[in-house]
Design a protein around this ligand. Structure first.
Ligand SMILES: O=C(O)CCC(=O)C(=O)O
Ligand SMILES: [Fe+2]
Length: 378
């Protein structure tokens, strides 16, 4: 794709999603989404915090406060309206669209005028750097959206993922790693299942370790918006807690073909959902500080199901038809959070449906690209 973000014409590789194939190599249409929502990314280009509100007919509610020169992402429904407010004044309104990019900012041409009008502080040197990256990203997003039909949810200049990605050319395609088989459940996003990834001894061991720790109410990074988003409890299990756990990590690294030497994962997060508990639609990736040269963020999620749920509790991927994965003891599900050009994959939005009967136990293992750097997230 050719583009120009102000440094002269340039060319780059962008990922255009291929039509999925069926087993006979003929193209089959991508199933339509069963969810009328989108991932929405907001940019604050000002040197002061900006408040993001959700505007409903009868009330408005604060979603979050964006720090100066930062970005934030949320999941929202098409046609919902949001606003930026500065000193209680609405400075911009945005409507979530089904047929356009949902990357939103105060228009570039009014940033300076607005800064003067409100007598905002001048940009410091690090803020100036972030400002340059963010404005280039906004310009790049227009080119990217035209070429790919997707919003550019990464930062301009971010490299493609350094890690290997398994191809997903058709549903049912299989890849073998050691004694395990990755079976493609969806091509966009790339979702794979691996049955019997954990032995029953490993599952019992993980449950045993988790049950002996104190479970905490699950958190999400953006608290204000998240009230009611995630109702489960969880705890964390580090790699070195036992030889059996170390073996699970080793196998997971092999499954994804990522280097063992790098600190590419977070600790295992074991989650318990009781009846009615759920995790509403969300993205697992986050946004690093725009000035961070590596732009570290989550790259892939490996879900490990630790029990079979009597009723409910499926993991749903509603932006690729209505894929629902049923928990089964020892089953793993791998999905990528990025596309091969380093963009964040909006289609990886997913949801843990409410448990209707029984309990659900699951572990998340999050892989980072290039390496874990939680402190970089805004
Ligand atoms: O519980 C599940 O099925 C998915 C959990 C999840 O998406 C998360 O914890 O980020
Ligand atoms: Fe998730």
């Amino acid at each position: 794709m050719e583009y120009n973000v102000g440094d002269g014409p340039q060319e780059t590789f962008v990922y255009v999603e291929p039509a999925p194939l069926d087993r006979n190599n003929s193209t089959s249409p991508q199933p339509p989404p069963s969810f009328s929502g989108r991932h929405v990314k907001f940019f604050n280009l000002l040197t002061v915090p900006i408040e993001l509100y959700w505007e409903q007919e009868t009330k408005t509610s604060l979603v979050k406060v964006l720090r100066p020169l930062s970005t934030a992402g949320i999941t929202a429904f098409v046609d919902h309206v949001f606003s930026f407010r500065l000193r209680e004044v609405v400075v911009e309104r945005f409507r979530v669209r089904a047929d356009a990019s949902n990357v939103f900012s105060i228009p570039l041409k009014v940033v300076d005028r607005m800064s003067q009008y409100y007598q905002l502080p001048e940009r410091t040197q690090p803020q100036e750097e972030s400002y340059q990256w963010l404005t280039k990203t906004l310009v790049y997003n227009d080119f990217y959206y035209n070429a790919t039909g997707r919003s550019f949810l990464s930062r301009y200049g971010r490299l493609p993922p350094r890690h290997f990605m398994w191809p997903a050319e058709y549903v049912g395609q299989e890849h073998k790693v050691e004694n395990w088989t990755l079976t493609v459940l969806s091509c966009a996003p790339r979702v794979f299942e691996v049955r019997d990834f954990l032995s029953s001894t490993e599952v019992e061991h993980l449950l045993h370790l988790a049950q002996h720790k104190e479970l905490q109410q699950s958190q999400v990074s953006d608290n204000a918006a998240a009230n009611g988003t995630r109702s489960s409890y969880n705890t964390w299990i580090g790699r070195r807690e036992s030889p059996l756990i170390e073996e699970v990590y080793r196998r997971a690294y092999n499954l994804l073909q990522v280097p063992h030497t790098l600190d590419v994962t977070e600790p295992l997060q074991v989650v318990r959902y009781r009846q009615k508990e759920a995790y509403k639609m969300h993205a697992d990736f986050g946004y690093p500080d725009p000035s961070h040269p590596e732009q570290p963020t989550r790259f892939a999620t490996l879900l490990l199901y630790l029990n079979a749920v009597a009723h409910g509790g499926e993991t749903a991927f509603p932006l690729c038809g209505d894929l629902r994965v049923r928990p089964e003891v020892g089953k793993a599900v791998l999905f990528y959070l990025q596309t091969p050009d380093g963009n964040m994959d909006e289609k990886s939005l997913h949801e843990a449906l409410p448990v209707i009967e029984g309990e659900k136990w699951l572990a998340n293992l999050w892989f980072w690209d290039p390496v874990k750097d939680v402190a970089s997230l805004q």
